[in-house]
Design a binder for this molecule. Structure first.
Ligand SMILES: NC(=O)C1=CN([C@@H]2O[C@H](COP(=O)(O)OP(=O)(O)OC[C@H]3O[C@@H](n4cnc5c(N)ncnc54)[C@H](O)[C@@H]3O)[C@@H](O)[C@H]2O)C=CC1
Ligand SMILES: N[C@@H](CC=O)C(=O)O
Length: 833
């Protein structure tokens, strides 16, 4: 707040003669803000200074409302009184000197009395009339300029006060008011004779018409005044002070990650402004562009921020500087064989729209000339349709044109940047991002200047489209809306890993993994901005909820990408994958029920993936964090042929038989494995061989074999009597395993062999998982802890199988496998990984 203008952006002092400043209403909201503006002006090291001001925040609207009340016969006095009081209070705070203060209060009272007289006249007439309306609207600037100037003088400054109505002459033009430059310059020269001060405060927004009556410059008029006075005073720079850090890369209400742009060319600024960037109006720039005058957009609340510099060069940057979104539009199109190769069609379309006084936002015509379409404002679509139907009445009647189609609810997304010109791949990047965000493009336009690519999309997709495009051009992180189901052992480890990695991923990979939903078997937590902080606490306070709500919440976020990570072992959750994928939600899981489940379910899942762009990743289902599936996929994708798979696919069973030496009960080891998080939630899934069989099914299916779980020969280690009942009952009766296991162990030992639970998928299609006794020097006899080993015998690796080996169970390694899947997916979605 204390930084001065010159500290904020040093200018070559020797070269600088005059700097123009324009302060918007938010910079002059109250006495405190006006004082701050004075601080900035007084601290500026500039020989000449012109400060052009808007009315205090909200005052112009209040004046328009007062005129409306008076014209409508309503009592305007309370609002008039409130406005008077607001200015009187500000004056009291800004001017402490009794004499000056009294003079200012008297001047204000006279101003408000004049306003009251005007309002009385309006009330009598029942309409303000154009002249009175313009006079009333522009009073706010007269008052704010006087307040600022009086305050500056109170602080010893010598600022002159310029009422723009005494100098600036404008006339109505096709594109708004046009300046009468010669007359205005002559008026200024005359005014200067009596006001030679180097520093001036001038009113924005207002001017005189050619008839000498007060008038206003229209929307964004104060910015325009800033540029006009900058030109009239022959300033070197125009600083437009507002309440944001310059022109942002996108509307921050739609893209909270939008970033301030350091530099723009005039053309880029015009394109962005035209398509909705609110900071600067193109008209504002015309006097500046004509003189090559740099415009700086700066934040009066943060003067130390450099803001955005707009000049002819535009500065460096990526191919796309910013994105805008124009809402409330409609598509109007004309289609038919009667348009092909007929000269003058476009002319007739635009002549008809011009005659109906409809402004065209965007135009698109394919080279086949079979159709031509325009985007117009929603509220003008019906009139546009009627105008075109009338213009092509003959062709429509003859069936050469199929009538006029209208589609409401359209938004236009525009990517803008001088750097797009001549750079291949920019459009591809934009359209790729939109495709991955599931956004359908209705129409496209790109001018030959290649400075703007505009796409028409359905309004409901617009925010998602904008965010996807924003991330695609590295203007912000690639944002992924994430839900985690099943924060048990693996899920909790994953969530902790995600939380720890989040800042680094955001910083280094431009990836924002935003946790927006969490569900376990009892509770559902849904969040708006991501569970930054303690996810355990979020879940703790959560209520029951269903997974439909979770999916709807993810999709409703307008974030480009939605991912569900299922870390449950639930069959019911896996049953939803196909639906989620079809809805465009990516799924990542270590849960085997989806990919190893019944064939029809798996086929539905695969079909959903094929039909859309959503992906399913499940590396951790086999081998936890080991790259088992990826290895097999790479072999097959490069043309190899799977002959057989053999290995130890259960971390739990590997650990149990690596550890079991007959001296301690087998059941004690099972309890330990369960506590260490190696086993399935129900350890019978491991001991029965079902978990291993599922993994074999997953690998077989990966190789294109339609294997089902019931086709796998499975040897269960769970005695028949212990197969039913709850998990708790099973765990309580675990000792029942000890006798049979001890016996098998002793038999093997007597032969010098070891026990290992081995899975095998043969060339003949036979799939078998069983406990086998192996010679003590067998490769499978020398594994450690939870090590899995998977031997792929393929056509290329037929003499010596390719082996993947390493820890195959445990929450941390499994979570890491799931996380890697998520990052690979994010990379495919456009993150810099
Ligand atoms: N532990 C390991 O080493 C490995 C585990 N996996 C798989 O990871 C998954 C998770 O295993 P753990 O974390 O050990 O299990 P866990 O029992 O610790 O956690 C399961 C979580 O799922 C939740 N859940 C269960 N049914 C649900 C439902 N219908 N809706 C929502 N949430 C539900 C539970 O509330 C719990 O939070 C399993 O599918 C397992 O096969 C895969 C590879 C290795
Ligand atoms: N319980 C399983 C966990 C991984 O799938 C195992 O032990 O391998």
């Amino acid at each position: 707040m204390n930084a001065s203008l010159s500290e904020a952006r040093p200018s070559p002092a020797a070269a600088l003669r005059t700097r123009a400043h324009k302060f918007g209403g938010s910079s002059l909201a109250d006495a405190g803000r006006i004082r701050h503006v004075a601080d900035l002006l007084l601290a500026a090291d500039e020989p000449g200074q012109v400060a052009v001001v808007s009315a205090m925040q909200g005052v112009t609207n209040a004046l328009i409302a007062l005129a409306g009340s008076a014209a409508g016969g309503r009592d305007w006095r309370p609002d008039w009184q409130a406005l008077r009081q607001r200015h009187a209070d500000a004056a009291r705070e800004l001017v402490g000197d009794r004499e000056r203060g009294d003079a200012l209060q008297a001047w204000l009272q006279a101003q408000f009395d004049q306003l009251a007289s005007l309002l009385q006249a309006v009330a009598v007439l029942g309409t303000p009339g154009q002249a009175a309306h313009e006079r009333i609207q522009g009073l706010g600037e007269v008052w704010s300029a006087r307040l600022l100037c009086s305050h500056l003088r109170e602080r010893g400054a010598e600022h002159a006060l310029l009422d723009a109505r005494d100098v600036l002459v404008v006339r109505p033009g096709e594109l708004g008011v046009a300046v009468d430059w010669p007359r205005s310059a002559a008026n200024l020269a005359r005014w200067r004779e009596t006001h030679p001060q180097a520093r001036v405060v001038a009113t924005g927004f207002i001017a005189s018409g050619e008839d000498g009556l007060p008038t206003v410059l229209g929307r964004n008029g104060s910015d325009y005044s800033g540029a006009i006075f900058a030109a009239l005073f022959d300033a070197d720079e125009l600083h437009i002070w507002t309440d944001v850090d310059g022109v942002l890369s996108a509307d921050p209400r739609l893209v909270p990650e939008a970033v301030p742009l350091p530099a723009l060319s005039y053309r880029e600024a015009c394109e962005l402004a035209y398509f909705g960037a609110k900071v600067i109006h193109p008209q504002t720039m015309t006097p500046a562009i004509a003189r090559g005058l740099p415009i700086l957009i700066r934040n009066s609340f943060r003067p130390e921020h450099p803001g955005t510099r707009i000049d002819a060069a535009g500065g460096a940057g990526g191919p796309v500087k910013g994105l805008t979104l124009n809402a409330g539009l409609a598509l109007v199109s004309l289609e038919g064989a009667g348009l092909i190769g007929v000269p003058g069609t476009a002319e007739r379309v635009f002549a008809a729209l011009h005659a109906a006084r409809i402004s065209v936002v965007m135009i698109s015509q394919g080279s086949s000339e079979h159709s031509i379409c325009c985007v117009v404002r929603d509220y003008e679509a019906a009139a546009a349709g009627t105008a075109l139907a009338r213009a092509f009445e003959r062709e429509i009647a003859a069936g050469q044109v199929q009538g006029v189609q209208q589609v409401a609810g359209i938004s236009v997304l525009a990517a803008v940047g001088d750097g797009m010109a001549g750079k291949p791949g920019v459009a591809a990047r934009l359209f790729g991002a939109l495709a991955r965000a599931r956004v359908n493009v209705r129409a496209i336009a790109q001018g030959a200047s290649e400075r703007n690519i505009s796409v028409a999309v359905a309004a409901e997709d617009a925010t998602r489209a904008l965010r996807a495009a924003h991330a695609a051009f590295w203007l912000s992180a690639q944002t992924v809306a994430l839900a985690v189901i099943g924060p048990g052992k693996v899920g909790a480890a994953l969530l902790d890993q995600l939380q720890a990695a989040k800042p680094r991923l955001q910083r280094e990979a431009g990836l924002d993994l935003r946790l927006r939903a969490l569900a376990d078997s009892r509770r559902l937590w849904l969040g708006e901005h991501g569970a930054d902080g303690d996810w355990r606490a979020q879940l703790e306070g959560a209520a029951p909820g269903d997974l439909d709500a979770l999916a709807a919440h993810l999709l409703g976020a307008h974030l480009p990408h939605a991912v569900i990570v299922d870390c449950s072992a639930s069959d019911a959750v896996a049953d939803r994958y196909a639906g989620w994928l079809a809805a465009g939600i990516h799924v990542i899981t270590p849960n085997k029920h989806g990919v190893a489940g019944p064939l029809p379910r798996r086929q539905a899942i695969d079909a959903a993936c094929l039909a859309g762009d959503a992906r399913l990743r499940y590396e951790a289902t086999v081998g936890a964090g080991l790259p088992v599936i990826q290895t097999l996929r790479d072999l097959l994708d490069t043309g190899d042929e799977l002959i057989a798979v053999e290995g130890i696919l259960s971390g739990t069973l590997a650990w149990l038989f690596n550890r079991y030496d007959g001296r301690q009960p087998f059941s004690a080891l099972v309890r330990e494995a369960h506590a260490l998080g190696y086993t399935e939630p129900d350890p019978r899934d491991d001991l029965s061989g079902t978990d291993v069989a599922r993994k074999l099914v997953i690998l077989a299916r990966e190789a294109g074999r339609a294997l089902s779980l019931d086709q796998v020969q499975v040897e269960s280690l769970v005695p028949a009597a212990m197969r039913h009942g709850s998990r708790e009952q099973f765990m309580a009766g675990l000792d029942g395993l000890d006798g049979p296991m001890q016996a098998r162990f002793e038999q093997a030992r007597a032969r010098g062999e070891v026990l290992r639970y081995v899975a095998r998928l043969g060339q003949d299609g036979q799939a078998r998982v069983a406990l086998v006794a192996l010679p003590a020097d067998h490769a499978f006899a020398h594994l450690r802890l939870t090590d899995n080993i998977v031997q792929f015998t393929t056509w290329r690796y037929r003499d010596n199988p390719l082996i993947v080996q390493g820890p195959g169970a445990g929450p941390e390694v499994t979570a890491a496998g799931v996380f890697s899947d998520l990052l690979r997916l994010a990379a495919a979605l456009g993150a810099r990984l």
